[in-house]
Design a binder for this molecule. Structure first.
Ligand code: NAD
Length: 524
């Protein structure tokens, strides 16, 4: 059965499986370390030309790539579904539509977002100095994604890298390599110059080789354990990394919330993509007085969900992407039961189809309330006070996203700001990765750095400070040589100039002229 990676040794191909049927879906090369190194070198060469392209040229390529996707939308959605297991509906709503939006946004706005920025340098400006920041591309960006959003995550990161003047080497997940290759093909069809985007298929060893090839940035999405390994390996070359890691995202429902809507949100937030989203609802905390009603609504709605092959239009929940992931879900459900929680619906699987599972009587001391499940489970716990809800939500090594549900928006925002997570929604759930304009990333073990938004774009450039002296006639008072006059002047700098006040600084003028005169005399 299943999407189990069959890889005996380094030289073999990787076989991709359709998780819904267990049938072989395709074979790709298992790229060797030498080939990865060569790809990074080729990327570095391509960068020398690509970095000189204008924003308008980059925009043309990205907009052309959008057209390719739009023209092939149905077949791309089916490819995503067949290789990852998710319903075609989710391939469209959670991958293709959001990444198309991200593409147009960064194609049209990167120039503005990366516009050189003048800095107010205060009193230094009165000395004829000016400063501005220009944003230089980094070089080669290595993208190493997970398998759960195999199209939108790497494609979005590639587009942002390209728009900021970098070239890209992408190593897709070994579970979804054909989707990775499709991304390369889309750019090829868009006419992107050779080696500006390259795709190297392979498993962890190929990813490790990419890190060791010393690209200028690593954009990694995956588990905490791999993230730590990558950070360690990248440190050898001082390569900076963005780490998008796991989550155990809490949903807090107060009794005054619209419970019907909260129940719908919980069901979607926990079970879409078969629960395999880093921002899936993995813990639901409901105020005690609303617990029975909310739980009843959630169970009713969950029982109506239809499991099936992602390629069928009416499928709500597709197959899980791998047997390894399914085993974790099984283990967590069993451990919930063992520790005294109740399985209200679901809990079983056939092949890689795991039933959406609602669990009541959960609490934070249970192992599966702490470890990331990454599957279709929704454990429900209760709280009594606002303080307790915040404490329970923050009692986790993770901090990716969270949601707060209440009709009292000021309470919602107050609670949101006390949750330790990179994104907190009030009366919304899970979907903000789809808003390319907003930063995405985690607190605590959920990651380092950001993708998306201006913050994400800043990860892909290096700010360069250009400082100009428009009055380059006289030597500076702080230059060599030193002596009593210099010391007196520097004390004046500390007392007057460093106050930031023009009035105070005017007191320094006589001493400053004396010092400049002295320097001028020496240099004449
Ligand atoms: P994983 O860590 O097993 O693998 C991720 C990628 O890293 C794969 O491409 C893999 O081939 C590669 N890899 C493995 N070992 C490597 C090494 N030593 N050096 C370099 N690359 C290596 O994770 P996964 O199972 O693919 O993904 C699931 C995890 O991803 C979950 O924890 C989930 O929460 C997380 N995730 C996070 C986000 C986010 O935005 N924070 C988004 C999606 C998924």
């Amino acid at each position: 059965m299943s999407a189990v990676l069959k890889l005996q040794n380094e030289s073999e191909e990787i076989i991709s499986y359709n998780p819904a049927t267990g049938a072989e879906f395709g074979r790709v090369a298992n790229t060797s370390a030498e080939e990865v190194k060569a790809a990074v070198e080729n990327s570095r060469t391509a960068f020398q030309t690509w970095r000189k392209t204008s924003f308008a040229e980059r925009k043309r390529f990205v907009m052309k790539a959008r057209e390719v996707i739009l023209a092939e939308m149905d077949s791309i959605a089916l490819l995503i579904s067949n290789e990852s297991g998710k319903p075609v509906a989710e391939a469209l709503s959670m991958e293709i539509a959001p990444v198309l939006d991200l593409m147009q946004y960064f194609a049209k706005n990167s120039e503005k977002l990366l516009k050189p920025r003048k800095i107010n340098i205060g009193l230094y400006a009165t000395l004829g100095r000016s400063s501005k920041i220009v944003y230089q591309p980094l070089g080669v960006v290595g993208i190493i994604p997970a398998w759960n959003y195999p199209f939108s995550i790497p494609l979005g990161e590639a587009v942002m890298s390209l728009m900021s003047g970098n070239t890209v080497v992408l190593k897709p997940s070994e579970l979804t390599p054909l989707i990775g290759l499709k991304i390369g093909e889309i750019f090829e069809k868009a006419g992107l110059p050779e080696n500006v985007v390259q795709v190297v298929t392979g498993a962890g060893a190929t990813g490790a080789a990419l890190v060791e090839s010393a690209p200028d940035k690593i954009m990694f999405t995956g588990s905490v354990a791999t993230g730590k390994r990558i950070a360690e390996a990248a440190a050898k070359n001082l390569t900076s990394v963005v780490l998008e890691l796991g989550g155990k995202d809490p949903m807090i429902v107060f009794a005054d919330a619209n419970l019907e809507l909260a129940a719908d949100a919980a069901v979607w937030g926990a079970f879409c993509n078969a629960g395999q989203s880093c921002s899936s609802v993995e813990r639901l905390y409901v105020e005690e007085s609303a617990a029975a009603e909310l739980t009843r609504k959630i169970v009713e709605k969950t029982k109506k969900l239809k499991l099936g092959a992602g390629s069928e239009e009416t499928t709500d929940i597709g197959a899980m992407s791998s047997e390894k992931q399914l085993k974790i879900v099984e283990d967590h459900v069993a451990s919930f039961e063992k520790e005294g929680a109740q399985i209200l619906t679901g809990g079983k699987h056939h092949d890689l189809f795991f039933e959406p599972t609602v669990i009541s009587g959960a609490n934070n001391s249970m192992r599966a309330m702490q470890e990331e499940t990454f599957g279709p489970t929704l454990p429900i716990a209760v709280f009594r006070t606002e303080e307790e809800a915040i404490r329970l939500a923050n009692d986790s090594e993770f901090g990716l996203t969270a949601s707060v549900w209440t009709r009292d928006l000021s309470k919602g925002k107050r609670v949101a700001e006390r949750i330790e997570a990179g994104t907190v929604c009030v009366n919304e759930v899970l979907y903000t990765h789809g808003i390319g304009q907003t930063p995405w990333g985690g607190f605590k073990n959920s990651g380092r750095g950001r993708t998306h938004g201006i913050e994400g774009l800043m990860e892909l450039v290096q700010p360069q400070h250009i400082h100009v002296n428009k009055l380059a006639i006289l030597p500076n008072a702080w230059w060599l040589p030193y002596g009593a006059n210099a010391i007196e002047t520097f004390k004046g700098f500390a007392k007057y100039f460093a106050s930031g006040s023009l009035f105070q600084t005017s007191k320094l003028m006589p001493q400053l002229f004396k010092r400049i005169k002295e320097l001028k005399k020496r240099s004449d």
